[in-house]
Design a protein. Sequence first.
Lengths: 110, 114
Amino acid sequence: SQQGEEDPQALSIQEGENATMNCSYKTSINNLQWYRQNSGRGLVHLILIRSNEREKHSGRLRVTLDTSKKSSSLLITASRAADTASYFCAASNTGNQFYFGTGTSLTVIP
Amino acid sequence: DVKVTQSSRYLVKRTGEKVFLECVQDMDHENMFWYRQDPGLGLRLIYFSYDVKMKEKGDIPEGYSVSREKKERFSLILESASTNQTSMYLCASSLPGGRRETQYFGPGTRLLVL
């Protein structure tokens, strides 16, 4: 069953702007992860935030988690054309299974 | 670096054929997963395995089976391929829960069933 849901489904921005994607999930989680997928390729792990964390940074990425609202957001600052990809959140409860959302397709226009 | 490889990037099969998709990981991960990815539906879990010879059904196991005879290899089998199994198939591996739960994905196999 689908546990993660990203919003928006598609996002188009100019290079240099910030991109924000949101994710909602349905049940309690152990952690939430964000992945990136370039067209026709496998997914690459970006960042993991645990259920007892509220915010995490990695380079130009900033992830927030609100367990009371069962939601997370991914912010990519100073976007580049190379950030064009689909982004997925994955909710994990036991740690052995991951429930992926439908993804946000990000286009960064040079 | 973890490497997950899949036997084919593109595959074309006919309805009724038996199809084998192979996945190999080189990091001694206990967990391995098979997903299919379809537009608008995201990734859906077909089967996963916690250990050699162990398998668990995911959300959409119908029409599929799996085999894990060795720790590094997890095979997805389409017993009798049908056109609705045309999809992108992604394999992933990870360490057990409670440790580093990150999933590492292979490049995917795009399967077309005619």
